[in-house]
Write a protein that binds this ligand. Sequence first.
Ligand code: HEC
Length: 595
Amino acid sequence: MWQWDPAKEHTGPGSPRQRGLVYWTNEKGDEQRLFTAVNGFLFAIDPKTGETIRAFGENGSINLGSGLNTPGVTYQDMLILGGLGGKGALRAFDVRTGKHKWVFHLIPRPGEVGYDTWPEDAYKTATGLMPWCGQALDEKRGIVYAATKTAEPDFYGGERHGSNLFANSIVALNAATGERIWHFQIVHHDLLDKDLPCAPVLLTVNHEGQKIDAVAQGTKHGLLFVFDRVTGKPLWPIEERPVPQSDLIGEQAWPTQPFPTKPPPLMRQSYTEEDASNISQQSHEMTLDRIRAAPNFGPFPAPSLKESIMFPGFDGGMEWGGGAADPDGIYYVNVNEMPWLLQMIETRHADGSELGDGERDYVLYCGVCHGIELKGNAELKFPSLLDVDKRRTRAEIEQMTRQGRGRMPSYDTMPEEKRNAILDYVLSKSVPPKASGEAPTAPKSVAEAKSNKPAYAFGGFRRWLDAQGYPAIKPPWGTLNAVDLNTGEIKWKVPLGEYPDLTEKGIPPTGTENYGGPLATAGGLIFIGATADETFRAFDKQTGKVLWQAELPFGGNASPSTYMVGGRQYVVISAGGGKSGRRRGGMLVAFALPD
Ligand code: HEC
């Protein structure tokens, strides 16, 4: 019908990538707007014509001042959203004018609740925390629920001692004013990038004879936390259990982490010798060897210079698709059981010499994606920065670190001296590094390490696959689950997806890695794509049996939607692919019920 091209608008430098749309209409239904954020600018568009609404903000947009922004929700005449990078915040804007209505600081200011869970004045420099996975709204009560990401840097917390509220938290705010009603922190002082990966889900359950409006929050470690959505009281007790402590100098891992007593975990919580792959004899021996050499420490290993198996893995567990709920209190969610490798590296050269300021900060902030040696990561499509000076000016790169770009986060609150040192380092890499000639200087004590800059960086995101490229663990590798949140019990659990070559060999469906969420219909079906086998399936809601499936042109790594036109029901999924090593595309595929 129409196409709106962000390239024709002022969006600043960077790729014009968007993370979805929000539709708003007034009560009478005679005013409509679509909202989308591109490169830190929020645009209002007329859904009928695809024209930018020029009366909104400054000639059609407002500058959000931070990179990638997830869609958000509308409440009355406000759009409520959070942004990636920069100081974590949830903000509300007037849908007609773009005028700023309220802000909730996710990194508390002096005098605000949670200020004492950080080092003094952390809000001036700390980053992270934004709710990237979307928000949920109780429209009747006027409460907005946000689930937040970890504080940065993700894997070393030596410069952010404390529990770090409101990181990794579910936060309930008054949607009209932005005032906090309640919160619950699901991971304290996160050292493992355990962002809350999916939006909170609102549902109603019968709990001990009482009807309760609840909110359910899934996690990357496969746990489901369920609260009374008005009071924040957990439906089942949540226990603080001791977790491994850090052997990194300067780090203070939090002594305990929260575990709900119900529902049970939706995935294995540790990798033991019992979990060694049984897909082939070779795979069995290799995985058994490895798990003996690099053990697993459960859902909260403390990052260490020694490698360990990270299981539950970095991407989850539950992922961005999150869950779907039925009016009868059943929650449906897909879960991954993929092992990963965890290792920190010392930010020192092999000869023991200290890294220069720019090099260390590069390793710490940029190395995860662009590689310690600046070579990038071809598998995950992070570009090499070797010879970046031939492609981009210093000013362009600087701007990119301020605003972010595509999947690259923004570092807009990074102190200027740090930014300049990183840029000096990145731009000097075509010149061979000078040998420092200094004697090795490992810090000998916490006090010494604290007086120095952080000496550790994350060694990179690595899945643990066997020699054939299958997850190096006994299946299931991916599951679909129905959880009865009236009783807190798992109703059914089935493998989600399969590898045709393994099925041919007579191995029962293993499930595959999966990214994208389910859709529950009143007609008794769960629709879901998400799998590495690029298939779209309908499951029986009662039993978890596959009732129908169709091949997609690309992986359906998104949540489907359903709609009706002229009395006929359709289901549509965005097939974008690009996950689990599969082809990348970009299609919408719709299916209809027979006439
Ligand atoms: C979470 C991963 C991630 C981190 C961390 C990250 N980047 Fe990036 N970076 C990317 C991605 C993805 C792109 C490609 C963006 C695009 O074009 O859409 C990119 C692009 C770039 C480019 C442009 C490369 C080119 O060939 O044009 C530069 C320069 C850059 N990043 C510098 C940095 C610096 C400096 C840091 C640290 C302060 C950093 N990045 C941190 C993911 C990351």
